[in-house]
Ligand binder design. Structure first.
Ligand code: FES
Length: 197
């Protein structure tokens, strides 16, 4: 594990590419380029739900898409990551998700519908910076137990891989889980509850 904050993980931080009609163009650089996201022009314009193909999302990878102009992360946890979620409760501000930061169906240990697929709004609950993905390497300044997570460099807040905030940092709340559901095993719809259409 790297102590200097550099992310040396072999896991890849994936971003989705947009090919939206109307000149919005590519909003994110994909490294490597994998087009998972199929938004319509209407979806982009009106903040409508966006459909995300997760068929190629491997354990440890994260896709960054945009919904209502905000980053939303879809992250595939490893089995080890899921197991580690139980080990941090005493270091977290709201380990049981008692605050209204997630839909009811994500109010569980892993804060997700499926234990291995996490969907989070990628905005810090302090002042809205976008935290950095640190699935392995310990961020600079983090001296507590760390099994991977997210680090907000603006004022130094830390979140685990369920978006749960650590105690003693500026961010007051867990990262938000947006409304979403699985259309099928390989497709997540972000921005809408199941049966709402
Ligand atoms: S905005 Fe994230 S810690 Fe302040």
């Amino acid at each position: 594990m790297n102590q200097d904050g550099a992310d040396t993980s072999r896991r890849r931080f994936l971003t989705a590419a947009t090919t939206v009609v109307g000149g919005v163009g590519a909003a994110f650089l994909a490294v490597p380029f994998i087009s998972y996201w199929r938004p319509s022009a209407k979806a982009m314009a009106a903040g409508a739900p966006v459909e995300v193909d997760i068929s190629q999302l491997e354990p440890g990878q994260l896709i960054n898409v945009s919904w209502r102009g905000n980053p939303v992360w879809v992250f595939r946890r490893t089995e080890e990551t899921v197991e580690n979620l139980e080990r941090l409760a005493d270091q977290l501000r709201d380990p049981d998700s008692e605050q209204t930061q997630q839909p009811e169906y994500a109010r569980n240990l892993h804060r997700s519908i499926k234990p291995d697929v996490m969907v989070l709004v990628g905005l810090c609950t302090h002042l809205g910076c976008s935290p950095l993905f640190r699935p392995d390497s310990r961020p600079q300044g983090m001296e507590r137990e760390w099994f991977g997570g997210f680090f907000c460099p603006c004022h130094g807040s830390f979140f685990d891989l369920a978006g749960r905030v650590y105690t003693g940092v500026p961010a007051p709340l867990n990262l938000e889980v947006p409304p979403h559901y699985f259309i099928d095993d390989d497709t997540v719809l972000i921005g809408e509850e199941e049966g709402a259409a």
